[in-house]
Design a protein around this ligand. Structure first.
Ligand code: FO1
Length: 366
């Protein structure tokens, strides 16, 4: 088995696009994925890990790319029945998805750690041999302080309140990182942040004890822009993500465009990122990226396989950035693709544009 050399730090949807494609390009056993747990919630007594599950389902070819979460073809009988019982659930757990949360909760109750439970779920779902590690074993919820003064959990704001109430501040949960996180980073040749929300997907991982210093010691440190400004207008589902990202970036003193996100990383974790991948449609932002001390690299962020090839080339060219701060366009055709038959379910660019909200009961007011 190849030693793990690349670590991807990610949230849900961004990871669902990049991770399966990157695994296909760099090799399934050469990749460890560290997944945000700041979005986790307790749902009718069950532990739900939306970002971890999104990555597992994407790797297993089960991910619902149309909806943007959960399992393709899932039904929502139980959640509807809960509504009939007067429970008014606002988080749309599908019936098969629910089995994952039941099994996770049972295994956690038996004394296993979230890392061990995730390994077990990855094996039975068929997500391996990519190693998927939750960022923390203990609950580390991201909390949002709203302008109105209340503090709420991430999913309460993002789903129940549709990301509408203005956000004053984002507070990451913090605490110890899962042991596998620091071990994977210590062995890594390269680490890739994103393409995910830098505040609510990457930030909560960076806030865990020891993670920043472990990343700083990795030879190649890449961040991928989660936003493409130069393309078509996004669909309603993607716009939901974008609106939320704009809100939490604004609350954190950042801007939701590639230069703004590079500047956000440069300000909040100086020197941590040495290379910033942005979409070729946003090439005009490359100078601004270079101005905050990162090597800008152009890629196609709406095509997961092309993006994976760009990232893989950077991982393979560990000698350092090109001289002169000039944007680099990596020739994707030069990258070998391994196991091209073994991947399914990675969100396509079309899907990322079209991911839509489910047909759920109306959000309940508390
Ligand atoms: N997002 C929604 O906007 N509405 C939902 O009802 C919803 C349910 C859900 C269930 C399981 C799961 O794994 C994810 C789910 N998501 C839902 C997505 C999730 O809220 C966010 O996309 C991520 O937490 C952000 O990374």
């Amino acid at each position: 088995m190849t030693a793990t050399r690349t670590v991807v730090v990610t949230g849900g949807l961004g990871g669902a696009g990049l991770v399966p494609a990157l695994a296909r390009v760099v090799g399934y056993d050469a990749l460890t994925v560290v997944v945000n747990v700041g979005d986790d919630l307790e749902w009718f007594g069950l532990r739900v890990c939306p970002d971890v599950d999104t990555v597992l389902y994407a790797l297993a070819g089960m991910f619902d790319v149309e909806r943007g979460w959960g399992i393709a073809g899932d039904s929502f009988t139980t959640v509807a029945a809960l509504g009939d019982l007067g429970a008014a659930p606002w988080f749309g757990i599908g019936d098969r998805d629910m089995a994952t949360h039941l099994r996770r909760s049972e295994l956690l109750s038996s004394g296993l750690s979230l890392t061990e439970v995730t390994r077990e779920l990855a094996a039975v779902l068929g997500a391996g041999p990519v190693t998927v590690v939750p960022a923390a074993d203990h609950p580390s919820p991201t909390r949002l302080v709203l302008d109105e003064g209340r503090t709420v959990d991430f999913q309460d704001w993002y789903v129940r309140q549709q990301g509408v109430p203005p956000v004053h501040a984002v507070v990451a949960g913090g605490g110890p990182a899962a042991p596998g996180v620091l071990a994977a980073l210590a062995a890594a040749q390269a680490v890739v942040l994103g393409p995910s929300n830098p505040v609510t997907s990457i930030g909560p991982v960076l806030a865990l004890d020891g993670v920043r210093s472990a990343i700083a010691a990795v030879p190649v440190r890449i961040a991928v822009s989660p936003v493409v400004c130069g393309g078509d207008a996004p669909s309603a589902g993607v716009e939901h993500h974008s609106r939320a990202r704009r809100a939490v970036l604004a609350a954190s003193g950042g801007h939701d465009d590639p230069a703004g996100i590079a500047a956000y990383y440069a300000r909040t974790c100086p020197g941590l990122v040495d290379t910033f991948v942005l979409d070729h449609r946003d090439a005009a932002a490359a100078d601004a990226v270079a101005a905050v001390g990162m090597q800008p690299v152009l890629g196609d962020l709406l095509d997961p396989l092309a993006l994976a090839q760009t990232v893989a080339a950077l991982v393979g060219t560990a000698a350092g950035p090109a001289p002169g701060g000039m944007p680099v366009r990596v020739p994707s055709a030069s990258i070998a693709v391994s196991r091209p038959d073994a991947i399914a379910g990675a969100p396509s660019s079309e899907t990322r544009r079209r991911s839509s909200m489910p047909d759920l009961p109306a959000p309940a007011s508390r």
